[in-house]
Design a protein around this ligand. Structure first.
Ligand SMILES: Cc1ncc(COP(=O)(O)O)c(C=O)c1O
Length: 358
């Protein structure tokens, strides 16, 4: 053996900055408001579906095309299963979209700032990034419609800002952008409107992506859904792993989609807590953005203050998300937790702000 192993890593990946997921600590006492998970577990109907899985279903391979899940998702959103693909989290779908529709070396358009995993996946794919800065109010600039690229990731509502992509912007993008538009609706169940029902049936240049990780409280199961014209779905199906979704994921996701009463209940609670969090942050003298998601993005006034609060909360065993990148380095992103978790957060935040100001 040599002192140092030889590197077999592709030269183009040697400098890759891997995606940094939010911390997933083991401690149970910790208040975790850093990865936008649902603070409430999935309903009894979902747990029951999991318990009732016969051993024989585990012995066999899962349905490679997840037909029951796709039919359920299609019925829910007013289309046929030929408009739907089911994936191992929407993260897998992001990767499949690149594989199916972007030539290595081609450009992918992103608003700057948005979900940072897009950048990592684009780099791994060997494509290049065309960034279009957000407007000063953090809305997506309509100039993005004319940016050159084979694909655009447009997150509605955007992460980490929590702001929606408005219909006029989306229509302009779909009319003018030369490539495919991937609308990431990971948080759209928490928003006032969504594009999932209408656009995939009306346009052939769009895919709308959903996840069960946030609104349905199934992050641990890893289920994403894509809605698009059947020709696009066919192209994605052709490049996915044969058995990309395991049996437990298919069964629990189907049960979750069928229990819309439970979804409504969870959304109602989270939106009420979100409203309370936003007004309390304002009362503390901070500047929260008007969120359409299950997190609140809040301006603290300076990078030093944001970092200081993030660290102080961490010492209190409260995790929130801080992004040390230009334009958002004075902000914190706080997931909407249970009422008790948010009470504790606000109490500690008030104290740390007092100390910082003293
Ligand atoms: C904007 C956005 N898209 C996609 C995802 C990935 O979701 P999934 O858990 O389905 O992979 C996330 C998760 O944080 C997200 O914030």
């Amino acid at each position: 053996m040599r002192d140092r192993p030889r590197t077999f890593v592709r030269p183009s990946l040697r400098e890759l900055q891997p995606y940094t997921p939010g911390e997933q600590p083991k401690s149970r006492s910790l208040i975790k408001l850093n990865t936008n998970e649902n603070p409430y577990p999935p309903p009894a109907s979902v747990l029951q579906a999991l318990r009732e899985l016969p051993g024989d279903r585990l012995r066999r391979y899962p349905d490679p095309v997840a037909l029951e899940l796709r039919e359920t998702a299609a019925a829910l959103h007013g289309c046929g299963p030929e408009h739907v693909i089911a994936t191992n989290g929407s993260d897998e779908l992001l990767r499949l979209v690149l594989t199916a529709f972007v030539e290595p070396g081609a450009k992918v358009v992103l608003p700057d700032v948005t979900y940072s995993l897009y950048e990592t996946l684009i780099a791994i794919h060997g494509a290049t990034i065309e960034r279009v800065p957000l407007r000063p109010d953090f809305r997506v600039d309509e100039a993005i419609a004319d940016a050159p690229g084979q694909l655009m990731f447009l997150c509605h509502p955007n992460a980490p800002t929590g702001l929606p992509a408005e219909p006029a912007l989306v229509e302009a993008v779909l009319d003018r952008f030369q490539g495919l538009v991937a609308i990431d609706e990971a948080y759209a169940d928490f928003a006032d409107y969504s594009y999932v029902r209408e656009l995939p049936r009306r346009r052939d240049n769009v895919i709308v992506m959903r996840t069960l990780s946030k609104s349905y409280g199934l992050a641990g199961m890893r289920v994403g859904l894509g809605f698009a014209h059947p020709a696009l779905i066919e192209a994605l199906m052709a490049v996915k792993d044969s058995y990309n979704l395991d049996v437990a994921a298919q069964v629990t996701a189907t049960a979750a989609l069928r229990d819309q009463a439970a979804l409504t209940d969870s959304l109602t609670k989270i939106k009420a807590t979100r409203a309370r969090l936003i007004s309390a942050l304002r009362e503390l003298g901070l500047e929260p953005f008007p969120s359409q998601t299950n997190f609140v993005f809040v301006r603290t006034g300076s990078r030093a203050r944001a970092r200081g609060l993030w660290e102080a909360l961490r010492a209190d065993e409260i995790l929130v998300r801080y992004f040390d990148r230009p334009r958002v380095d004075d902000c914190l992103r706080i997931s909407v937790g249970t009422d008790a978790q948010i009470d504790r957060l606000l109490e500690r935040l008030a104290l740390h702000l007092q100390l910082q100001r003293a």
